[in-house]
Design a protein around this ligand. Structure first.
Ligand SMILES: [Zn+2]
Length: 366
């Protein structure tokens, strides 16, 4: 599988930077899970219900694949839930065959800070093994359910052979705290703070304006994008914000975030020379397949805030996505790290890594 830059789309505008993959691309990511596997719905949909609910993830992911294909074969990173991959293996194969990157969204969509270290390790290991077997790709990236990564989680990902994580949402503290009413406030706050201490210890995040940086344990972090407006970091990465904010305003913020990251990277390069990453401060966009599905079953009895969050703008998301992939140039997370000099062949596990399945099928997860 080729991981080189996709030259066919390099003419597109992308926040003022346009010379090739390394300098001009942003990272397009999809968290592949179904409409009922969402934190906001947890109060009404229990895990025991999952098996009996109608799955819509294949059709919805196909819709996103089609939009990407029609935009000059734009490539994206698909963080796929193991639970989905196990039931829809053909979808994983199709994503890989279309040239996209297959990465892990864990197995059972349990929040990282609600799992023991052993359970988290088993969860990510099982998902990685399954996705590698189905896709034929080395799976090197991870995104935590609801951005619930912890410092211990970052350590375990590196130990398990992951090359990068994309779960840190610098502006999500706000969002996460507002969600704490739902699920165990104290634990969440501790988890969020611990990640921030790992990030601070790496010395990377602030220097590069929230773009890609390396943690002390060698793991790369691709934070979800925020934009600085009047001194505040606002979440500007995708998801509900993408559905809610009028598209011209979203596009303005995305381009602004790209400029801010590019400027921060230039300052870093001036200081560090060749030691700095050779990217231009790419942004990370994310979406879920259910966010393009206006016809999904409505869950009754949600609190108004969660109902709004889940259902706002579903009908307009696909059209906006078509505009976004025309207005900006995207690549996969892995392509970005390779082009920016963050990942070399030496960092890359063999394509069959984990496929031997020695102790992977312990199934003591969740
Ligand atoms: Zn998720």
């Amino acid at each position: 599988m080729s991981h080189r830059a996709n030259e066919g789309v390099s003419h597109r505008v992308n926040g003022g930077v346009s010379d090739g993959c390394a300098a001009g691309r942003h990272v397009f990511t999809v968290d592949v899970e179904d409409w009922f596997q969402v934190e906001n719905l947890k109060q009404r949909v229990s895990r025991a219900d999952w098996e009996s609910l109608p799955r819509r993830v294949v059709e919805n992911t196909e819709a996103i694949l089609r939009i990407l294909r029609e935009a000059g074969d734009t490539r994206a990173t698909f963080f796929i839930l193991g639970w989905v991959a196990e039931r829809e293996p053909e979808l994983v194969r199709r994503i890989a065959a279309a040239g996209h990157e297959v990465a892990s969204h864990g197995y059972n969509h349990e929040l990282v800070y609600e799992q023991s270290e052993a359970a988290f390790r088993a969860d990510v290991r099982a998902s990685r093994e399954l996705l590698q077997r189905l896709s034929g790709q080395a799976v090197v990236g991870y995104r935590a359910p609801s951005f619930s990564i912890t410092e211990a989680g970052l350590r375990i990902l590196a130990e398990e052979g992951f090359v990068y994580d994309s779960s840190w949402f610098p502006a999500a503290a706000h969002d996460r705290y507002s969600r704490l009413d739902l699920s165990g406030a104290g634990v969440a706050a501790e988890g969020a703070g611990a990640v921030e201490s790992a990030v601070a210890a790496s010395g990377g995040g602030r220097e590069t304006g929230g773009s890609v940086f390396r943690l002390a344990n060698g793991l790369w972090e691709l934070p979800l994008t925020t934009v600085d407006v009047a001194g505040s970091a606002l979440a500007w990465s995708g998801g509900g914000y993408f559905r809610l904010i009028p598209y011209p305003l979203y596009r303005w913020g995305f381009a602004r975030a790209a400029r801010q990251r590019g400027a921060a990277r230039q300052r870093e390069t001036a200081r560090q020379g060749g030691a700095a990453l050779r990217d231009a401060g790419s942004c990370v966009f994310y979406l879920h397949p259910w966010e393009v599905d206006a016809g999904q079953p409505r869950v009754r009895g949600l609190r108004p805030g969660y109902r709004f969050r889940h259902y706002v703008g579903l009908a307009r998301t696909a059209g906006r996505l078509e505009r976004l992939v025309r207005d900006f140039a995207f690549c996969t997370a892995r392509e970005l790290l390779e082009a920016a000099g963050g990942v070399s062949g030496a960092d890359e596990p063999a394509a069959d890594a984990g496929a031997s399945g020695d102790d992977v099928r312990g199934e003591d997860r969740g």
